[in-house]
Write a new protein. Structure first.
Length: 204
């Protein structure tokens, strides 16, 4: 699963990571102290589209180049340099695609015996809430929820945002607690993360 999203600052890669595997996008994160009017003006002059402000970061914007390829294996240093050398721009960085992997299901280990912490007939299927491994050599996939519950922390009244590859927010189990104001689709730059069940295979 591939998910493209704004990378605000360079992130250190592990020693064995290969920068050659990166897919650079036609998007740039820029800092423009002059505000949105200056950002719009610069984008128009230099053949970009001003996509949006980056989160709540003041004077930080996402630009999309109008003619540069959407994905390339090489960074466009000359374009970054042109942006950075503009007196109205404090900082600019080309964005690149980040690889995200789904957590795999635990297969036959879903029904491994566990302590029954509460009366839930489907508890033995909640592999993402508890460590159901039969051997320490198997990958640990649970989200460490049980230690938090044992501390009396329930999360009541807390709103969280989770990076995922699409959310069917109209599902009856989700809809009552879905917060549209805390949701965003970084693939299409719109506020609706609902999956697309079409040939594009986006948010899915």
């Amino acid at each position: 699963m591939c998910c493209a999203f704004v990378v605000l600052f360079s992130i250190a890669r592990s020693v064995d990571a290969s920068f050659g595997d990166r897919q650079y996008l036609n998007e740039w994160a820029v800092e423009i102290p002059g505000g949105p009017d200056a950002a719009r003006s610069i984008a128009k002059e230099l053949d970009y589209r001003l996509v949006r402000q980056i989160g709540t970061l003041e004077n930080h914007y996402l630009f999309k180049h109008q003619t540069h390829p959407s994905r390339t294996k090489r960074s466009a240093d000359h374009i970054t340099k042109r942006l950075s050398e503009d007196d109205r721009v404090s900082w600019a960085e080309q964005q690149y695609e980040k690889q995200r992997s789904k957590r795999a299901s635990l297969g036959s280990c879903r029904n491994c015996p566990v302590d029954k912490l509460f009366d839930d007939p489907m508890w033995n299927q909640q592999w993402y809430l508890q460590d159901t491994r039969t051997s320490s050599s198997l990958p640990k996939l649970d989200l460490h929820v049980i230690p938090v519950w044992r501390k009396g922390i329930t999360g009541k009244g807390v709103v969280i945002t989770v990076l995922d590859d699409g959310l069917e927010w109209n599902h009856t189990d989700i809809y009552p607690n879905y917060d549209a104001a805390a949701s965003y689709d970084f693939n299409d730059n719109d506020p609706d993360p609902f999956p697309r069940y079409d040939s594009t295979n986006e948010n899915k």
